[in-house]
Design a protein around this ligand. Structure first.
Ligand code: PLP
Ligand code: COI
Length: 340
């Protein structure tokens, strides 16, 4: 029985659900893992995650389709990205097939929390891993815990599909040759001061530029950028220090194969941004959130699509991507993993 939740009024927040998956890595091996009820964690005061922030995570969603199935979107790519993240952080990889199985088990264990089709909400799935044994010299932990919990969520930005206003940040998110391309918790810790300041000044997000030259567009704290040129080409920034968004990679396919658009994945100079017709943020949490204005130290870039609604190309991309995720439009082979 679906839980009695007012799905339509959910924001992007945490709601405790019934089950979470937990697996432990000790003596160089993962145990079998299991679904448990306890939402709390007890660990040493000196745990690696608490001292040196050895933690990483992923994010994906479960959807109810138009015909009542429960599915998730490209979980194999999240599993692969978490493996890349773990290697960079000297953490053990949780085997990718078991990783996807853990997602399936966790969603099944919380099936009553999957929001119904058409409610505007989805079940956000948060897999994560952290070093759990005492670590005091700076080195990787020996023991780790991998967990997955779920929480029903609404839109990441208040107002849902309404265009947002963002600012160019004076803070950097990731260093050249650093960890910007992986999903390390530390990347998000770095962004907290910048997002609090942005919110205080009335902006929904920060646009980070490349830390080396401050001339190229990178991404925001939690999403990649998409731009549309005046002649309808999708342009997405390419950089070694941004997260390879699964939504962005999927949109590039959707644009080319479903909508017949030209697609460019390349370095994007900040000086070009004023010439684009549409701008948006894309990610699992953000879906596609249109950007209406960007403030850059007193200069304002106003996109022709305005502050009322998404631009026409952004809307087509949004409708097609969410149509695929919710089963209204046939998905490319292997994109949809059926859970129930
Ligand atoms: N960039 C950052 C920094 C993110 O945290 C996320 C969220 O996962 C994304 C981009 C979007 O990635 P994805 O589309 O895989 O969710
Ligand atoms: C996601 O989109 O899944 C993320 O991890 C972004 C996060 C900032 C909520």
């Amino acid at each position: 029985m679906a839980k009695d939740i007012d799905w339509g009024s959910l924001g992007f927040g945490y709601v405790k659900t019934d089950k979470r998956f937990v697996a432990n890595y000790t003596n160089g091996a993962w145990d079998e893992g299991a679904l448990i009820d306890d939402d709390t964690i007890t660990m040493s005061e000196c745990a690696g995650v608490l001292q040196y922030a050895q933690t990483c995570f992923e994010g994906l969603k479960a959807y109810t389709t138009e015909d009542g199935r429960i599915v998730t979107f490209r979980p194999d790519l999240n599993a692969a990205r978490m493996a890349d993240t773990c290697k960079r952080l000297e953490m053990p990889v949780y085997p990718e097939d078991k990783w996807v199985d853990a997602i399936v088990q966790t969603v099944k264990g919380n099936i009553d929390y999957v929001p119904p089709y058409g409610s505007g909400a989805t079940l956000y799935i948060r897999p994560y891993m952290f070093g759990i044994n005492p670590v005091i010299g700076v080195k990787p932990a020996n023991d780790y815990q991998f967990r997955v919990f779920t929480t029903p969520v609404g839109p990441y930005f208040k107002g849902g599909a309404k265009p947002i206003v963002i600012r160019v940040s004076d803070y950097d998110r990731a260093a050249p040759h650093g960890t910007g391309h992986i999903k390390a918790g530390l990347n998000y810790a770095m962004s907290l001061h910048a997002i609090v300041e942005a919110h205080e000044q009335g902006y929904a997000e920060n646009m980070y530029l490349d830390p080396g030259t401050r001339t190229k567009v990178e991404e925001t704290g939690g999403a990649n950028f998409i731009f549309i040129t005046k002649d309808g080409t999708l342009v997405t920034p390419k950089s070694d220090s941004i997260l390879p968004s699964i939504t962005r990679r999927s949109l590039m396919v959707v644009a080319e194969k479903y909508l017949g658009m030209k697609v460019e994945h390349r370095e994007v100079l900040f000086s070009e941004v004023k010439d684009f017709a549409e701008c948006g943020l894309c990610g699992t949490a953000a879906v596609i959130s249109p950007v209406g204005k960007i403030f850059d130290h007193g200069n304002e870039i106003d996109f022709p699509s305005g502050m009322e609604e998404m631009g026409p190309y952004t809307k087509k991309l949004y409708d097609t991507l969410t149509g695929i995720q919710m089963g209204r439009i046939e998905a490319p082979e292997g994109w949809i993993k059926e859970i129930a």
